[in-house]
Design a protein around this ligand. Structure first.
Ligand code: T6T
Length: 315
């Protein structure tokens, strides 16, 4: 338990006027376990969770591991289960390593809702809510194709294999690229969710293949780092970068021309849907086994217009 406490970063997000939820001492207790703390995607999800919990009279506590790593997330899940919340909203950090700990939570009578990521066999979950990750990967390829219509070499920078969301994004991209013979897919490289590692991958890849036309980075940290790598190589505006997610630093890189497009998810909606499903399950009502939430493609053209509300919160 001491290790779990040391690794877990419990937090209340700023989220405008939101707080840890509402209700009296008899209110339902929801524990949110992030994929990683300090990630604007999960911070924004936390805001959605807290706002919905306040409306529905539930109390929320939030914790996340310091790294997107099942060896850090598992002890947090175990200690949360021991604290006996009514429901857990969780983004599993690995499709296989988190299977048994989350199944055990469900077996202990806790309603488990999978938010964002999933596991190999999610049948124990009352609901799973996520973006269309494979479709998002395909959309990223289409965005690069529009920017580089003559084709060429394309690379994917992801986090780690075994993470359901980013694996699906990479697959969607790869399958779309395979359908167009003018593009050459250089493969997926893994940054372990470290921006500095993503930057190194990009500078090394550009040294080896200076004619790369597009890079797809599958989440906040790989996209931030990839853009840094592009700058270090002096290739900003010359190589097209499309990133998943829309944290404030990513939007800055879009504005300064290092990044050409961002695929923003709706983490706040994933969170509020997650609370609704948890409460429905606790009230003995039917739940939706899977829910797919939307996304917005942000470019320089719409960042101050239609897409301005798609940007994530940072605290
Ligand atoms: O892209 C999101 C999330 O969907 C993914 O599962 C992990 O990375 C993020 O949290 C962004 O850093």
């Amino acid at each position: 338990a001491a290790a779990a406490v040391a690794l877990a970063v419990g937090s209340l997000a700023a989220c405008g006027s939101s707080d840890g939820g509402g209700g009296g001492s008899d209110s339902k207790k929801i524990a949110f376990i992030q994929g990683v703390s300090g990630d604007e995607f999960y911070i924004t999800m936390q805001c959605g969770i807290e706002a919905e919990a306040k409306k529905l009279g539930a109390k929320v506590t939030t914790q996340g591991p310091e790294k997107f790593d099942p060896t850090q997330q598992k002890p947090i899940v175990d200690s949360v289960v021991a604290s006996r919340p009514d429901a857990i909203l969780v983004a599993p950090t690995d499709v296989s390593a988190m299977q048994a700990p989350l199944k055990a939570a469900s077996d202990a009578g806790i309603k488990v809702v999978l938010v964002d990521t999933t596991v190999n066999d999610p049948s124990f979950a009352v609901s799973q809510i996520s973006s269309d990750n494979e479709g998002g990967g395909a959309a990223a390829f289409e965005a690069i194709k529009e920017l580089a219509p003559d084709g060429g070499k394309v690379l994917v920078v992801s986090t780690d294999p075994g993470v359901s969301t980013v694996d699906a994004r990479a697959k969607g991209f790869k399958d779309a690229a395979a359908k167009d013979s003018s593009f050459q897919f250089l493969g997926v490289q893994y940054s372990h969710n470290e921006p500095t590692q993503a930057a190194k991958i990009v500078t090394a890849a550009l040294q080896k293949d200076p004619d790369i036309v597009g890079i797809f980075a599958t989440n906040v940290f790989s996209a931030e780092g990839s853009a840094t790598g592009i700058r270090q190589a002096g290739k900003q505006g010359k190589v097209n970068v499309v990133g998943f997610d829309a944290g404030p630093a990513q939007v800055k890189q879009l504005r300064d021309g290092t990044v050409q497009a961002l695929i923003a998810q709706q983490p706040d909606v994933i969170g509020s849907d997650g609370v609704q499903q948890a409460i429905a399950a606790l009230d003995g009502k039917s739940t939706k086994k899977t829910i797919q939430t939307g996304s917005t493609i942000i470019t320089k053209d719409n960042v101050d217009g239609d897409a301005k509300d798609a940007v994530y919160q940072s605290s």
